[in-house]
Design a protein around this ligand. Sequence first.
Ligand SMILES: [Zn+2]
Length: 813
Amino acid sequence: MNNIRVDIRLRPIRFGFMVRPDDQEKILEIFRINTCLWGGIFNPIIPFFQDVPSWWERFGYHFEDAKQIINGYMDFFEPDFLVEAEKGIADGFGYDPNRVIQLTDILADPEKGSWDKHGLSVHDLYSELYKEEFRFESRRKHNIVHVEARDNIFDGFVAAHFGSFPVQEEFAYFEHNYKSVFDPKHITLDASTLQELYESRWTSALGMGCAKLRINHHHRQDFALFILDVEESKDLVDLWNLRAVSQNVVPIPLQWIEELSPFCKKFILDNYRLVRRDSGNVIYRATSMFSRSIPDNKIEEIYKNYLHVDKERANILQVWYPPIWRKSSEKVFSPKRPTLEADEKSVDIQIDEDNPEIRFDPLFPEFASEYGNKFRLANVIRLENWGNASQIATVFPWDYKNPSLPTFQIIRNLLLPTTEGFTIFPEYENFSEVWYLVDGTTAFNQWFNENQVSATLSDAGRATQQIIQTLGGIIGIHAIAHKGLIELLNKIANRPVTKTSRYQTFRKRIDCAITNEVAKKRIFEALVECKAVELGLELKCHKCGDWSWYPVNQLDYSLTCSLCLKPFNFPVTDPENNKRSRWAYRVIGPFALPDYARGGYAAALAIRFFASIVNEIDRAAVTWSPGQNLELPTGEKMETDFMLWYQRKQFLRTDHPTEMVFGEAKSFAKSAFKKDDVNKMQLLAKTFPGSILVFATMREVENLTRGEINRIKKLAEWGREYDRERQQSRAPVILLTHTELFATDRFRSVWRKKGEKYETLIKPGSVRSDNLRVLADLTQQLYLEMPPYNSVPIQQSHQQNQLPSTASTQDGS
Ligand SMILES: [Zn+2]
């Protein structure tokens, strides 16, 4: 029996609104729609353009093209649904057309019903808040405000910052309800009322739409004053998205900078703090961030006149907008998307290994009325398979856009594998989800099928699978991670006919093979218990004098000799005479296969490395498949030794996207990595761009030949080339040796103890070796004598990928 833990989190649907950044009218409409949606403030706005506009980056740098920027926004926010401000603008981004909707597909006209609308509006939320709280209490004390602009050039700003309601007749009920439930204070916005609001605590319609939601920002955030031109809709879009990422943004209209200058300066001084820590002092300060529409030549003057304070260290000016569309890098701090949570629960489900099936009830907000439109809210599901003995696939290729996997449900509803988990959109409250899980091999086969690749388990793959199964899953592989033991098992397996080893000899050999005293006994017992070896009696035939081996359950008074095939009697009168009988273990199943279980040991050890050796603080989860024979769409045939979907998990945060890993595993044979192997891996990388290629051998690196090193190195150099389209290197190559495959501790500790060369590479705390792209670089430097790889060759140094909120710096003094 095996347990699966299912973590379920309820959150609002995340809509991504796609709009041209200069479309003032549509952008205002988007703000208004979001004012009416539960959690609407966190729905990102994805700017759409054919060509990157000149204002996009200051100083004329262009790192990405228009499509990459738009895809970058999408990848960062992973929208559940895309909302087009103009029909057709989302075409060509590979996003499931069934989840592309229009601005008119969200809010419902009560006269017409809501069945074809999307999301959960604030209507039910307001009713609940009224019932619970606001009908009893004095509403004034909450300082709830309804803000309107004095001058209509501020309409967009008011809508983006405080929220405003749709003006259409059929949606008038939203504003009406807001006013009657909360009795908000009416504010006519100008510079002085804005300052008054900033100096008090207030809640506006946009904030009220986040009631019943917990927002987790996951990292410390400093304050930022965001100076923007309220007449520029692109600045309003930037404000909107900035606030969806960072909680401490205080927008300052350029139009009022003079009036608000004293407030801004006080704000900067008030938020300056120096905290002394053992590791150095940390400065907290408020950044002055300038929007993209404010020209370079004006910034300095504005900054000097209105924002600069006398305390020099409190001043921090930022003229660039945080590039949330850029692929994040671990070398510099990058923005993180907060997670939203209305409710959560975890259930432990016992599964039947042959029919792994889980059943759970999705979460619904208590305030939501029983019936409504089909897609009202989202549940994010995370699966944990502790021990992973049953090989159940819990990690799938990252694809929020248009996934073909996983296929857990019989009637396929939307199920998106994202960095949050599997996102679903449950329709009815009391309708259990039933998911039929699959093992890694099946999942990979399905995935290959979707990619027009035919795949069948290879003989070597079957051996790998059986080894891991017999040992009881990934954890069990630790038992065979000893060179001497594998050599012993192989030696027995290579013996003609009997494949046995006498009890005493077998124990003694294990003692010699494993140095750790405690491990010796445990491993010996584990091998016997999991039936890698089977106990039996060797008996000498009276007729031909040869020895035959009989398992315990086949012993009898009369036995048949396996050589001469004649019957002979059990030595009942002299059972302990070791000239006639002796206890012996026989290797069975995959362990009886010659040539290091047909390469199965090496593949199993390599899988173990990725599943439980390389990861550190945060877990990495894998779905693995042993070797398969593949036939590519081009008709080319090949065999892989193992495959993985590898995903780094982050505690309480969104995970990293899944990496696709192909592996070639070799035992101890000399010059084993041949030209064919290398070519085959290259072909896989061409077929599946961005894949990670692993060469794993049980040999020490010194025992690799020059030819092998050169071949792998050449492929690694090819793989290092930067793929502009995907914004990452083409195919990182990892070389694993004896040191990694037989590791008895975490990877970092193993390398630290291995010697100076290893230690220097792994020592810096910032080296994330569980990032396979970093690991590739490390093993290339060490084993292939390659120079360090600069993973972001074209986009560094000009700009830091920093959020204003983390502008705090370590200060040595
Ligand atoms: Zn015989």
